[in-house]
Each structure stands twice: as C-alpha cells, then as structure tokens.
Design a binder for this molecule. Structure first.
Ligand SMILES: Cc1cc2nc3c(=O)[nH]c(=O)nc-3n(C[C@H](O)[C@H](O)[C@H](O)COP(=O)(O)OP(=O)(O)OC[C@H]3O[C@@H](n4cnc5c(N)ncnc54)[C@H](O)[C@@H]3O)c2cc1C
Length: 366
C-alpha cells in the first residue's frame, strides 16, 4: 500500500503553510523550516484579496488555480477559527472595479468562472462618481487578513504536531543516487524523505545553492510591493475598490489598506517617502470624504515571488526523485494558495488532478 512520505518544507509563508496542512491532514510526518519566523515575509506584507487584479488580463493557468481556491476559503477559515480560536477574518466584502475599458472581457471571465457581477450600485456611485461608467461590482469577492490567517495556520499546524523550526536558514543539501538525503543550515542537519521548496522570492537562489549544476531551474525573482494602512472607524468603507494599479482594502475593524507599488529592485525591503505619499494621495483622491484626514499608521514593503507570467512553479524535479517545488505565485499567493497546495499534494502522492499540471511545470513557460 502507498505510504505518504515524511515531508519537509523550506519556507513557511502561505504556500508552505497551506501545503504542510494538507500533508499533515493526510497523516504525513511534516517538518516546516523557515529562516525567520513563520509567515513574516511576502505573505505577511500582502493585501489578502482573494482574486487577482484584473484576472482576465492574465494567464489562464492563474484563473484555474484561483477559481478552485475561491470555493475553499470559507470552510478553511471556519475550520481554522474553530480549531485555533484565531479568526482569519475571511470576509466577502466584495470588490468594486472602476474605470474598466475592457468590461466585456471582464464579464466574460466572470461568466466562465461563475463569479456574480453587476453595475456599481447607486450608493457606490454617490461615493465614487468615477464608478458611473464601466465599473463592475463583484459582490462575492472575499479577502482574508494576512497576519491573522498566517497565525491561525501556524497554530493549527502546531496543534497537529507539525515540527516547526524557525530562525534556521537552509543552505546545503546532500544528494546521493538522485535523492536528497539531508539538508542543513550552518548549525543543524535534517534527514529528508521528501523535500519541497516553498521559499517564495528566495526559491530560485536556494534551488541554485542546493542543486548547484542542475540545468533545470525556476526563474523566480523578488518584486517589492509597498503598502500603507490608514485608521478609520469600523464600517467606514465597506467594499474593496480597485482603480487602475491601486486598491483599497477595508478590514473589519475599520483599518484601510492601500496598495501597492511594483518595483524590481532585488532583495531590498526599504520603504520610501515618495511611495508613501503616492499611496496616500491615491486613497484620498478615491475617497476624499472618508480618507482625507485618516492617519497613516503603518507603511511597509514585502518581496513578492515574481515570475514573468505570474504562473507559479508546482512540480516535481524530473531527475531528483524526492524534490518538489511550490513557489513563484507573484501577486496571487493567497488567491491561488489552496488549489496550488492541492496540486502539489496530488503530484507528490500520485493522485489524479483535474488541472493541466503541465502549465505549472519546471520546463513550462512562466
Ligand atoms: C504589497 C503586497 C500585496 C500583495 N497583495 C496580495 C493580494 O491581495 N492577494 C494575493 O493573493 N497575493 C498578494 N500578494 C502576493 C502574496 O503575498 C505572495 O504571492 C505570497 O505571500 C507568496 O507566499 P510564499 O509563501 O510563496 O512566500 P513568502 O511568504 O515570502 O514565504 C517564503 C518563506 O521562505 C522563507 N525562506 C526563504 N529562504 C529560506 C531558506 N534558505 N531557509 C529557510 N527558509 C527560507 C522566508 O523566510 C519566508 O518566510 C501581495 C504581496 C505584496 C508584497
């Protein structure tokens, strides 16, 4: 009978956490290693919108993962709250997209993936006059509050007995007879049966470092995103709003996130005054009556795991038998997360999948 192998993940962001959870649920012995604390990198820094920005303008492979993930979040969130007492604040706040000049494509996409849509409501047009023409209101699009979702996932894994190792940077691998037998940091060694690289923006560098001369390698690079959060009373802003390249995300307690920049500057997480002002101006211009005097309470940056097309790498190494990857989710690690984890699980455990897994393969165009 097939036995699920003991499995080790390098990287404890949303990708590693969701993947580790599936294997743990199936009875595998799971180890999750992070060079810092769990869930403090890109996954912490993101907005948690559970839909790509303008998904119909992006590769179909992204929509396939997103459409499957959308249906999984509500029960995941309820389950995590029940098991851990930590509320991931999953919330169907809806998404209003203004100033669309390709709304016909948008509606076709919504129809294909069964996403309800309508024109902006009278109340929305009163608040945002630019929503009068060519806006689309998607009332069922949801969000999760990143830090809370990550915290509840981590707690859930601890309760399941997953071995979580923090502040441990993996730098070496021992490869014997086309298998990785051991990985190590400068201080610790870990024997491995099955290894998964889920190291976000660091995945390509780590891959090179561990495998050295292997020809196949993922093309993943860091893409900085800066974000601010404004303080307003609860229920001041109800829906998420997307206009051109920027968006607002209202949290349950009234805080409003405004994002985000897209900067290719390497592994640099510094923030700039210029981008802070840019984001604040966008927020105030979009919602002058609500956000003009709202204080900015935090400003930060995270490193998205970028790929050229935004399609992640979810695959097993063709030569090294016990190595797999789930990384490169770029701007949509939350929106694609549950289905990406499921695909990884199906590939490693030789299950059938209804996805075309070749789209996410190491040798596919990303
Ligand atoms: C500003 C911003 C806004 C965003 N908004 C959204 C959104 O609204 N919706 C959405 O779906 N996505 C959004 N994203 C994208 C999303 O956050 C990412 O796609 C997702 O977080 C990637 O998750 P990950 O687990 O792959 O990477 P990460 O969260 O970066 O996790 C990788 C982990 O690997 C660890 N690691 C790396 N190297 C090593 C090593 N050698 N040894 C041990 N550990 C290692 C790191 O410490 C890190 O914790 C946004 C991102 C940003 C920055």
């Amino acid at each position: 009978m097939y036995k699920i192998p003991d499995i080790t993940f390098i990287g404890g962001g949303i990708t590693g956490l969701l993947s580790a959870r599936l294997f743990s649920e199936a009875g595998a012995k799971v180890t999750l290693i992070d060079q810092g604390l769990i869930g403090q990198e890109s996954s912490w820094a993101g907005g948690g919108i559970l839909l790509p920005l303008y998904p119909w303008r992006q590769a179909g492979a992204i929509s396939e993962l997103v459409s499957r993930s959308i249906g999984l979040y509500s029960s995941l969130s309820e389950d995590l709250l029940a098991k851990t007492g930590i509320d991931p604040e999953y919330c169907m706040s809806g998404l209003l997209m203004t100033e669309l000049d390709d709304s016909t494509d948008a509606k076709q996409w919504c129809k294909k993936y069964n996403i309800p849509y309508q024109a902006a409501t009278a109340e929305q047009i009163k608040l945002y006059p630019q929503a009068k023409h060519n806006a689309l209101w998607l009332p069922t699009i949801a969000q999760a509050r990143n830090p809370r979702l990550l915290k509840s996932l981590k707690q859930d894994l601890i309760q399941r007995g997953v071995n979580i190792i923090e502040n441990c940077k993996i730098e070496h691998a021992t490869i014997k007879a086309s298998r990785i037998t051991e990985i190590s940091s400068d201080l610790q060694r870990f024997p491995v049966q099955q290894l998964v690289i889920s190291s976000g923006a660091w995945s390509a560098n780590l891959w090179q470092q561990l495998l050295k001369n292997h020809l196949i390698k993922p093309d993943i690079f860091p893409v900085k995103g800066q974000m601010i959060i404004l303080d307003t009373p609860a229920n001041t802003l109800k829906e998420m709003i997307l206009e051109k390249d920027h968006y607002l995300i209202p949290r349950k307690d009234g805080k409003v996130l405004c994002g985000s920049s897209v900067e290719q500057v390497g592994f640099d997480k510094s923030v700039s005054e210029a981008e802070k002002n840019n984001l604040a101006n966008f927020a105030q211009k979009l919602c002058p009556s609500i956000l003009t005097n709202a204080p900015i309470i935090h400003h930060w940056a995270g490193l998205r795991p970028g790929t050229q097309s935004g399609i992640p790498y979810i695959d097993k190494h063709p030569d090294i038998q016990n190595l797999a990857i789930n990384a490169g989710h770029f701007r949509n690690g939350f929106a694609m997360g549950p289905a990406a984890a499921q695909l990884l699980y199906d590939l490693i455990t030789h299950q059938k999948t209804d996805l075309d897994s070749s789209l996410y393969a190491l040798d596919a165009t990303h």
